[in-house]
Design a binder for this molecule. Structure first.
Ligand code: 6PG
Length: 249
C-alpha cells in the first residue's frame, strides 16, 4: 500500500504474528548495537504479548541483558504496587528475573505531583545519556515502543493537550488523561521519543480499526506526529486495518 507521508506500514496476520514480528525487530536492533542499549517500553495492553515473548525461553537468550537498559515512555501517576502502573506490568511480565535491577528505569511516582516526577525522570534520562540536550547524531534510545489510543494519543500525549507541543523538556507531567484510566500521567515528549533508531508502534485488533483509519487518512493526531529521527514503523494486524485496504484473509 502506498502511504506517502506516513511511516512504514507492516501488516501481520494477527496479534500473535504481530508480537513475533515486534520481537524480531527489537532483537535485531539489539544485535545491531555492540555497546550499551536503551529500549523505551510502552504501557497499555498492546505490548503484552511482545513482553511475554521477550521473557519466554525461546527469546530471552537472544537478549544480552547485562547491556540493555529499559525505560518507559509514559506512566500513570499511581504507585508501583497499583495494577495500572505500566512499568510494574512490564517488570512482572518479563523484566524481573531477567534484567539487572539497576537496568530497569521506572518513572518515579512517589513525587508530590506528576511535574516533579517528570523532572526526576528527565534528570535520570539525561544522566544516562550524558548530556542535557539531544544530539541528532546520538539517539537516546535504540527502540521506542508505542501504542495508539482510541483518540489518537500515544504515550500520554493527548490530542489538543499542551504536552504535545513541548519542544524543550524531555518529560512532562500531564494533569489529567483524555481516556481511561483517568489518572494523571507522566510522559516523554515528542522530541525525546523521536531520539531513537526505531520507533515501533503496535496496533492490533478490530477495536483499533477506527483510529487506524483516521491515522492512515493523515489526521494530525499525536500518534501520527510521533516520529523517530531514524525509522518509524507501524506494525498492524489485519483486524485493525480499514476494510478498504484489507488483504486476503
Ligand atoms: C498508557 C499507554 C498508552 C497506550 C495507548 C494504547 O499508559 O495507556 O502508554 O499510550 O499505549 O493508550 O493502549 P492499549 O494498548 O491498551 O490499547
Amino acid at each position: 500500500m502506498a502511504t506517502a507521508g506516513l511511516p512504514k506500514l507492516i501488516v501481520a496476520a494477527d496479534s500473535e504474528a504481530l508480537a513475533q514480528t515486534a520481537a524480531e525487530r527489537v532483537t535485531t536492533r539489539i544485535s545491531a548495537n555492540p555497546g550499551r542499549i536503551a529500549i523505551c517500553l510502552t504501557g497499555g495492553s498492546s505490548p503484552r504479548k511482545l513482553y511475554q515473548l521477550l521473557g519466554s525461553d525461546s527469546w530471552r537468550g537472544k537478549i544480552p541483558w547485562d547491556r540493555v537498559h529499559w525505560f518507559i515512555g509514559d506512566e500513570r501517576f499511581v504507585p508501583e504496587s497499583d495494577p495500572l502502573n505500566n512499568m510494574a506490568a512490564a517488570r512482572a511480565t518479563f523484566l524481573d528475573g531477567n534484567a539487572p535491577a539497576g537496568h530497569i528505569h521506572p518513572i518515579p511516582t512517589i513525587a508530590d505531583n506528576p511535574d516533579r516526577s517528570a523532572e526526576a525522570y528527565a534528570r535520570e534520562l539525561q544522566a544516562f545519556y550524558g548530556a542535557e540536550s539531544l544530539d541528532p547524531a546520538k539517539p537516546l534510545f535504540d527502540v521506542v515502543l508505542m501504542g495508539a489510543g482510541p483518540d489518537g494519543h500515544t504515550a500520554s500525549l493527548f490530542p489538543g493537550f499542551p504536552a504535545i507541543e513541548e519542544t524543550e523538556r524531555w518529560v512532562v507531567g500531564v494533569p489529567k488523561a483524555n481516556v481511561a484510566p483517568f489518572v494523571p500521567r507522566v510522559s516523554l515528549t515528542l522530541p525525546a521519543l523521536a531520539s531513537c533508531r526505531e520507533m515501533l508502534f503496535e496496533i492490533a485488533g478490530h477495536d483499533k480499526q477506527p483510529i487506524l483509519t483516521r491515522l492512515l487518512n493523515g489526521e494530525t493526531l499525536p500518534a501520527l506526529r510521533a516520529r523517530s529521527n531514524g525509522e518509524t514503523v507501524w506494525l498492524v494486524d489485519q483486524a485493525a486495518l480499514p476494510e478498504g485496504i484489507r488483504g486476503p484473509r
